[in-house]
Design a protein around this ligand. Structure first.
Ligand code: FES
Length: 138
């Protein structure tokens, strides 16, 4: 095998070994399995008692639901700040999410109200079914 054949052979081998990894990476981004399904994030009693409900372990990611069953205005977002990843807190009196790290603020629907964050929080659909609070990716 001469040098040119060897380089061609390694090149083909490299592409062949990288291809399955690339396909798997792309397919996992596109399939977002459970986030497209309604899933329980907590109980209605807990939401009504606190006015908010945080579940950091859903397959859709971390979810913060704010509101109560009586308010009829539930919102759910991923509370991970889009600036640098701190967890935002719900400020009910001001009706905003506030980040403790660098001061970003978000509207109740996750839109940026004040930087340095530039991107909105990820929002989820939310509903109440029986005694459960359910969310689903948008
Ligand atoms: S991490 Fe939230 S403002 Fe910087």
């Amino acid at each position: 095998m001469n040098r040119r054949d060897f380089i061609s052979w390694v090149g083909v081998g490299g592409v062949a070994s990288f291809l399955p990894v690339a396909i798997a990476a792309c397919s996992s981004q596109n399939s977002s399995p459970a986030s497209q399904e309604w899933q329980k994030v907590g109980s209605l009693q807990e939401l009504d008692r606190k006015g908010e409900l945080l579940n950091e372990n859903t397959s859709a990611g971390s979810v913060l639901v704010v509101g109560t069953s009586k308010s009829g205005n539930l919102n759910a977002v991923n509370p991970t700040c889009t600036h640098a990843g701190c967890t935002v807190a719900w400020k009910a009196a001001d009706k905003k999410f506030a980040c403790p790290c660098h001061g970003s603020e978000y509207e109740i629907d996750g839109q940026v109200k004040k930087g340095p964050a530039k991107k909105p929080l990820t929002a989820y659909q939310v509903k109440i079914e029986g005694d459960s609070v359910l969310v689903k990716g948008t």
